[in-house]
Design a protein around this ligand. Structure first.
Ligand code: NAD
Length: 503
């Protein structure tokens, strides 16, 4: 049996449970049907139906929010060391089922196994990392004044909503849910309708690890219905959201009446800037990796290449050769580098840019065509002869599609890089140290890597500026979001209290 056949064989075993029972909602430790009946989840690999999924409604969100509110006092008050033990067990449970998670994720999303096997383990790492911070998460400061001993502490904000997208759903869910639980919050999770499988596995693993019923609840369904109801629910104190910038704006509006605290991780049109003094071998590898890995369905992807005109010809020639060589195929084949796009709507969006590029007079230097009609496969694509005013340089395509734009001077590169509504990441390739310092100082992005691809280090702040988001995750920044600061002032003596109404 080939590696692909072996993976398919294992996957069929894992999918049997989903096919038998579908994916119900999970509320207060119980499987519950969706108020709207069911919808079907399909695989982008061959468009086949995977299973029925509960179609959650505002009523289901209400039940889940009440369950999360009921479970909150016990979870908040549980000794930190005990909560820590449960979260570590969740991490162990994820590790034990990492292969199942990865294979189901590939089948559900079209992402290649080589990346999803790592993403599953990263999910475990997220739980381990935040579990290790549990004990000190509530610690505060003491800020002595002449008359008072002021102390601060942090308390969990309450039940929170987590709304996640479909691009790497398991990893992103853990990225939000792990710090929320570590903070002492309870959670209602609304997974993306296009990729519901691994959210179900996560809740199974969490409950088996000893998470009390109601601490983590999952309601499946659509954004404009279940997602909206979650944002509007008065018992939900905050929304951690990952998705499109347009949806981020809706999340803010929907939460206005209940004064929701929102953390928004949104889209990007991230530049990678290659100067002619850079290590061009490494730059080439990183440029390719950061747009063609994870099917280009990656918020931090470097979708705009700004290349210095002195090296443009040679760099683009080598890029074209490599892009044409990228292995598109079945996501469960370990050799596959790019799999199919998530669904028909997204496939139509990505392929529409092939036409838009031509209309704008960019050159399609590689790819630019769909592949077959069995699933939502497209060729890895490179546009050259482009400028930053073209739609392919301004709009988030969210597929394996790169737009290359030349520049002459550092000032020009900076101005092109910043001429975008987005500001999530930037990648700078130069061996000139002072230029790197100057350039990164002026580049408008939440996260910048110099002479490196995106290498995530969990204690560092993750998030964007401009239309790429509000707020930061990672390290203590996550606790800042899921917790409230509390100040208590203790009088240390008999300081004078101004007397009103006294003779
Ligand atoms: P999306 O915004 O369409 O959907 C994300 C989630 O929001 C889904 O669960 C969806 O059901 C829900 N939703 C949709 N409308 C809603 C509403 N009105 N109220 C509440 N919830 C609603 O995004 P997507 O297409 O699933 O994901 C791709 C996008 O996510 C891209 O723009 C990508 O850049 C972004 N993303 C950002 C990050 C980051 O960290 N900045 C990471 C991954 C993906």
């Amino acid at each position: 049996m080939s590696a692909l056949e072996q993976n398919l064989d294992k996957l069929n075993g894992y999918l049997a449970a989903f096919k038998a029972t579908g994916i119900p909602n999970r509320i207060a430790g119980n499987d519950t049907a969706g108020g709207g009946g069911v919808f079907q989840s399909t695989s982008p690999i061959d468009k086949s139906v995977i299973c029925d999924v509960a179609h959650g409604t505002a009523g289901d969100i209400d039940t889940a929010a009440k369950a999360a509110a009921d479970a909150f006092p016990e979870w908040r008050n549980m000794p930190a060391t005990q909560r820590r033990k449960i979260l570590i067990k969740v991490a162990e449970g994820i590790e034990a089922r990492a292969e199942e998670i990865a294979l189901c994720e590939c089948w559900d999303t079209g992402q290649a196994y080589r990346f999803m096997s790592k993403a599953a383990l990263r999910g475990a790492e997220n739980f381990r990392y935040f579990a290790d911070q549990v004990v000190q998460a509530r610690d505060g400061q003491h800020l002595k004044s002449p008359t008072l001993m002021n102390v601060t502490s942090r308390v969990p904000i309450g039940p929170v909503g987590v709304i996640t997208p479909w691009n790497t759903p398991f990893m992103l869910s853990t990225w939000k849910i792990a710090p929320a639980l570590a903070s002492g919050c309870t959670v209602v999770h609304k997974p993306a309708e296009s990729s519901p499988l691994t959210a179900r596995l996560l809740i199974e693993i969490a409950e088996q690890a000893g998470l009390p019923p109601g601490v983590l609840n999952a309601v499946n369904g659509f954004g404009e219905e279940a997602g909206k109801a979650l944002c509007e629910h008065p018992l939900i104190k905050a929304i951690a959201f990952v998705g499109e910038s347009r949806t981020g704006s809706l999340i803010t509006k929907q939460g206005a009446d209940t004064l929701k605290r929102n953390h928004l991780e949104l889209g990007g049109k991230n530049p990678v800037i290659v100067f002619d003094d850079a290590d061009l071998e490494r730059a080439l590898d990183a440029v390719i990796f950061m747009i063609y890995s994870i099917n280009g369905e990656r918020c931090t992807s470097s979708s705009r290449l700004l290349v210095q005109d002195t090296i443009q010809q040679e760099f683009e020639a080598r890029l074209i050769e490599r892009v044409k060589n990228i292995k598109v195929g079945h996501p469960l084949d370990p050799a596959t580098e790019v799999g199919p796009l998530i669904n028909e709507e997204h496939y139509n969006k990505v392929t529409s840019y092939f036409k838009i590029a031509k209309e704008d007079n960019a050159t399609i230097a590689a790819g630019g065509e769909p592949i077959g009609d069995q699933g939502y496969f497209v060729q890895p694509t490179l546009f050259t002869n482009a400028n930053n005013q073209m739609r392919v340089a301004r709009e988030e395509i969210f597929g394996p599609v790169l737009t290359s734009i030349p520049f002459t001077t550092e000032e020009q590169a900076l101005s092109i890089a910043n001429d975008t509504n987005y500001g999530l990441t930037g990648y700078v390739w130069t061996n000139d140290l002072t230029r790197a310092l100057r350039f990164t100082d002026a580049l408008e992005a939440g996260m910048i890597w110099v002479n490196s691809e995106n290498v995530r280090h969990l204690p560092t702040p993750f998030g964007g500026v401009k239309s790429s988001g509000i707020g930061r995750d990672g390290g203590d920044w996550s606790f800042e979001f899921y917790m409230e600061q509390k100040h208590i002032g203790f009088a240390t003596g008999q300081h004078k209290i101004t007397r009103l109404g006294a003779q």
